[in-house]
Design a protein around this ligand. Structure first.
Ligand code: GSH
Length: 204
């Protein structure tokens, strides 16, 4: 398998999952939106995964599920009953549909205003903080009683939450300000697979 990534993006999540399954893989750094990368993923975004001859796979949550289901022995999922699957899918949908988009106005503020004035762009960025706090507060609640995002065990939801929670370091209320999230992040930072993926992406 080959993962296409840009450092510190949500592609850190499948990168960690690939470390956790213990199979051999490649990770190739790409330039988001570049001509070369658009030929691989027409959306120009990461994450993207190539597995053998299969077409390029995109969307972090789908890629994470693919990795989880392809390597059942790594046990990165939950029990196969409907309620347990719902819990995992609900968490992945929250991370994809609520958590990740909360950061778009922060990282890509010019896309959210027709103005080119610095003040307008700063306003967009500042407006994102309330939304980011809202999703972080929800994550805090998910982590309140344990170390993992779902089901009291390590799953693919953990690296996904970890990769994006790191981004709060650039906001006025970083992850250290949320006690349960802080505990989670510190546990993840102690993990060898997390450390390997971060090192490979040049992150500290
Ligand atoms: N729904 C996509 C979102 C991917 C996404 O927004 N990735 C960001 C990095 S975290 C990106 O590639 N941004 C480049 C851009 O917005 O042009 C997924 O889950 O893979």
């Amino acid at each position: 398998m080959k993962l296409y990534y840009a450092p510190g993006t949500c592609a850190l999540a499948p990168h960690i999952a690939l470390e956790w399954i213990g199979a051999s893989y490649e990770a190739e750094r790409v330039e988001l939106g570049s001509e070369d990368y658009l030929k691989i993923n027409p959306l120009g975004m990461v994450s993207a995964l190539k597995d053998g001859d299969h077409r390029i796979m995109t969307q972090a949550d789908a890629i994470l599920k693919y990795i989880e289901m392809s390597f059942p022995d790594a046990d990165l999922g939950v029990a196969k009953d409907p309620l347990s699957q719902f819990e995992l899918d609900e968490a992945l949908a929250f991370l994809t549909g609520d958590f990740h988009p909360a950061f778009w106005p922060f990282f890509s503020a010019p896309r959210f205003t027709v103005s080119t004035e610095d003040s307008a762009i700063n306003d967009v960025r500042e407006a994102s903080f309330a939304r980011i706090d809202r999703v972080m507060t929800h994550l805090e609640a998910l982590l309140k009683d344990g170390t993992y995002v779902v089901g009291g065990k390590r799953t693919i939801a953990d690296p996904y939450a970890f990769a994006m929670t790191r981004w709060t370091a650039h906001t006025p209320k970083p992850w250290q300000d949320y006690p349960a999230v802080k505990r989670f992040m510190e546990t993840m930072l102690d993990d060898k697979g997390v450390q390997n993926a971060m090192k490979a992406q040049g992150l500290s």
